[in-house]
Design a protein around this ligand. Structure first.
Ligand SMILES: Nc1ncnc2c1ncn2[C@@H]1O[C@H](COP(=O)(O)OP(=O)(O)OP(=O)(O)O)[C@@H](O)[C@H]1O
Ligand SMILES: [Mg+2]
Length: 261
């Protein structure tokens, strides 16, 4: 379980996060939504150790990991799927996945065992281990990135905008990969610009604005909240429209410019 309490953090030019509190349990998906610049990616940076907070605490399974450097956080089982292009195009799927086990590369038997387990979790990846990643579709590449992130058997997986750059037809890949992770008992903390898409998958919705958490609630409640709908969907979300939107996966109004597939 990951818990942030009262996190204050910034980049030197003032504080971006102004007291962020949130938590996600094992087997659950917490999805952070909010406008550009709200501080969503900054929250992930604090968790992964890339940015030390000036106040507040981060606890992982009860252990205080506040301010630990990234390699220490990684060693405690927190992995991040990078926003885009995290794979080496000229290497095979197999080699890219093994790269995820770099820090434990000397434990050969363990790496082999993990590799086999990860392939069993992702049959689509298993069928393509000999293919160079440059020859995969966007959705397939994302699936390999997910598989790689599990090589260290993390307890917590951080996802920053996994839908970014994927065409609507490939979004199902994320659903599938996240479901696999949750079934394996991982906690997943995700940031998603495509608000409806993210909240539909999530257990908990965390709405951020200007470095603060405006609302934390079961994700369906966040989706149904009229105020949130006004803020982010340009009006209340009607269920029938919602179903239609799912079918066409129209990007939300706050989708980043230029990031639409
Ligand atoms: N490396 C950095 N150095 C200085 N300021 C930064 C840095 N990274 C982010 N910021 C600033 O911190 C604020 C929050 O950025 P952050 O990336 O966390 O927002 P976000 O919610 O993830 O936005 P987006 O939806 O655009 O990804 C922004 O004002 C941004 O300009
Ligand atoms: Mg961001």
């Amino acid at each position: 379980m990951i818990r942030l309490e009262g996190i204050v953090a910034g980049y030197g030019g003032g504080n971006v996060l102004q007291g962020v509190t949130l938590e996600v349990s094992g087997g659950e998906l917490g999805c952070i939504v909010g406008p550009n610049g709200a501080g969503k990616s900054t929250v992930l940076r604090v968790v992964s150790g890339l940015l030390a907070p000036s106040a507040g605490t981060v606890h992982l399974d009860g252990e205080d990991i506040t301010g630990l450097p990234p390699h220490e956080v990684l060693a405690r089982g927190v992995t991040q799927v990078p926003q885009t292009n995290g794979l080496f195009s000229n290497l095979t799927v197999r080699d890219n996945i093994l790269m995820g086990a770099y820090v434990i590369r000397r434990k050969r038997a363990l790496v082999k065992e993990r590799y086999e387990r990860v392939l069993d979790l992702f049959p689509l990846v298993k069928d393509r281990t000999g293919i160079k990643c440059g020859n995969l579709s966007g959705g397939q590449r994302r699936m390999v990135e997910f598989a790689r992130s599990l090589m260290l058997d993390p307890g917590l997986v951080l996802l920053d905008e996994p839908s970014l750059g994927l065409d609507p037809k490939s979004l199902g890949v994320i659903d599938e990969a996240v479901a696999i992770m949750l079934q394996a008992g991982k906690a997943v903390l995700m940031v998603e610009q495509n608000v409806r898409f993210g909240l539909r998958m999530a257990n908990t919705g965390i709405v951020m604005e200007s470095g603060r958490v405006l609302m934390t609630a079961p994700a369906d409640q966040v989706l149904d909240d009229p105020e949130i709908a006004d803020l982010y969907f340009g009006g209340a979300v009607r269920k029938d429209l919602d179903a239609e939107a799912a079918a066409t996966a129209t990007p939300d109004p706050i989708q980043k410019e230029g990031s639409a597939p």
